[in-house]
Design a protein around this ligand. Structure first.
Ligand code: CP
Length: 361
């Protein structure tokens, strides 16, 4: 059963205005992870469990026998990929995570091919998806619409888990999970993420990945964050106030040169000009928010460069040849952590860990 919270029959407005802590309880089922909607759902213990599942799955998949075993793990499950906002890697990594685990998929990527164009409501569209599948993975341009899908299905006779694969300018929690997995893998021999200095660079105000990652980083000890952005695109107050409450140290700076010698990870982002109403993004000089070969000597020798991708010109392609550039590995990590999420939500994580331990790959 869902949490005992009495939200059945409440209106969407009432549900949307619940405090985050109350919503987090509601997103669980029988005390377990169920809906994957916001980064605040993940504590350190759950993050470490997902990392272990992702590592085990990735290593099992290195052999043909392992791949066949994984393919037989969830062949009785079906997933809906509802991506009506552009995506390459989130879509493909979820799709391939489903392939690896034997999950069958359906997809809608263009709303003009669904009955939404005939005037079907969002609520009815989501209910229709749930008639056919066991999980709905969705990217939607409207903030809060993945939460709304959860609310819709809780008031139906067929609730299935909802995964938020990016919602408006709000959150992109599964991107943040793959970012944490990437940081964890790179810092595994250097004491982990605790105590590290992480710089986020670019359009921090409109980038949902940096918002979700900031929430997740608050689970680690003694991290220091640098927010490097033009003043107009600095991190929003809600995240800064959250970090202050969690006693996470952060600093706002306006030039990447100020952090290159300090950061253990430099997380680059692009300018999110698709959100422009007036073309204002063109009014700024972004030369202080890019990495080229000329910046590499200032970067610590063991630092890493990350980017959720896609990039524009904020990382010169020549930087790809530097061993500290980890963004291509980062996007591959997305497939493994998303497979881990599906494994966890469908409650087969013990089988994966047991198989991994028994085969000692
Ligand atoms: N990082 C990310 O979300 O990429 P896509 O938009 O290609 O899915």
């Amino acid at each position: 059963m869902k949490s005992t919270l009495n939200v059945k029959n409440c209106s969407w407005d009432q549900f949307a205005s619940l405090p985050t802590a109350q919503k987090i309880e509601f997103f669980k089922k029988d005390g377990r992870l169920y809906d994957v909607l916001i980064s605040q759902q993940f504590n350190r213990e759950l993050l470490e469990e997902l990392i272990n599942i992702a590592n085990a799955t990735r290593r099992i998949a290195k052999t043909k026998e392992g791949m066949i075993w994984l393919k037989n793990l969830l062949p009785h499950k079906r997933a809906m990929l509802y991506f009506i906002q552009p995506s390459t890697r989130t879509f493909l990594s979820f799709l391939n995570a489903c392939h690896i685990l034997g999950i069958s998929i359906s997809e809608v990527r263009d709303p003009s091919t669904s009955s939404e164009v005939k005037g079907e409501t969002y609520e009815d569209t989501i209910r229709t998806f749930s008639s056919y599948v066991d999980v709905i993975i969705m990217r939607h341009p409207q903030e809060g619409y993945s939460e709304k899908a959860t609310w819709v299905l809780n008031n139906s006779d067929r609730p299935v888990p909802i995964f938020n694969a990016g919602s408006g300018r709000d959150q992109h929690p599964t991107q943040a999970l793959l970012d944490i997995y990437t940081l964890h893998r790179n810092f595994a021999k250097r004491g982990g993420i605790d105590g590290k200095t992480i710089a986020m660079v670019g359009d921090l105000q409109r980038g949902r990945t940096v918002r979700s990652l900031s929430y997740l980083l608050s689970n680690y000890e003694d991290v220091t964050l640098y927010f490097v952005a033009p003043e107009r695109f600095q991190m929003k107050e809600d995240i800064k106030s959250f970090l202050e409450k969690k006693d996470i140290s952060y600093h706002e700076v306006d030039n990447i040169d100020k952090i290159l010698g300090k950061a253990d990870a430099v997380y680059m982002t692009r300018i999110q000009d698709e959100h422009d109403v007036s073309g204002e993004s063109k009014n700024y000089d972004y030369s202080n928010y890019r990495i080229g070969p000329e910046n590499l000597s200032a970067l610590k020798e063991d630092a890493i460069i990350m980017h959720p991708l896609p990039r524009r010109n904020e990382i010169d392609p020549i930087v790809d040849n530097d061993p500290r550039a980890k963004y291509w590995r980062q996007e591959r990590n997305g497939m493994w952590i998303r497979a881990a999420l599906l494994i966890k939500v469908f409650n087969v994580e013990e089988s994966v860990i047991e198989y991994y331990d028994s085969t000692a790959i």
